[in-house]
Design a protein around this ligand. Structure first.
Ligand code: S3P
Length: 171
């Protein structure tokens, strides 16, 4: 990946626990950009938590809101740092939107054991209720090809600190 252009969004994708939130905060500070986190945008637009939406309306309703949040963020004329929720690559429309946008998409990847060591379940992550390791193993198998499809670059986060990951992302 060559350098990020001044008018391109930087979008971080990856599974839960890959470090999107932490690294996107560092990236936004470093680049002097606004950070948009798609889960936070959904919560702001609906006035409800991800968990409430999931429990009351179900996953498909949540996924529709996720698409709307992604489209809204990508349409912003100001170049952003976008932390896209882990499941955003599931929708073919979302993948098309990511590829069509004026954006660089970086996939933060990590081994399942790294992800399991990092994630906190509860909160906005109903898919990790129960057995996070089994869930993350299944999601890695289901989603890896999709992350690869949308990504301009893949950065391994195994054994790297957030600032080391940021440097790799910016390279
Ligand atoms: C999800 C990831 C979560 C959140 C929801 C579903 C997923 O976001 O959107 O729990 O399907 O991978 P983070 O990746 O920001 O934790």
């Amino acid at each position: 990946m060559t350098g990020l252009a001044a008018d391109e969004h930087l979008v971080l994708v990856g599974l839960m626990g890959s470090g999107k939130t932490t690294v996107s905060r560092l990236a936004a500070t470093r680049l002097g950009r606004t950070l948009v986190d798609s889960d936070a945008l959904i919560e702001a637009r609906t006035g409800r938590t991800v968990r409430e939406i999931w429990a009351t309306d179900g996953e498909p309703a949540f996924r529709a809101l996720e698409t709307a949040a992604l489209v809204e963020a990508l349409a912003c004329s100001e170049p952003l740092v976008i932390a896209a929720a882990g499941g955003v690559v599931l929708g073919a429309d979302n993948r098309r939107a990511l590829k069509a946008a004026r954006a660089r998409v970086v996939w933060l990847c990590a081994s399942t054991s790294t992800l399991v060591g990092r994630v906190r379940s509860g909160g906005h992550r109903p898919l990790l209720d129960g057995d996070p390791e089994a869930a993350l193993t299944r999601m890695a198998a289901d989603r890896e090809a999709f992350y690869r499809e949308v990504a301009d670059a893949c950065v391994s986060t195994d054994g790297r600190s957030p600032s080391e990951v940021l440097e790799a992302v910016l390279r």
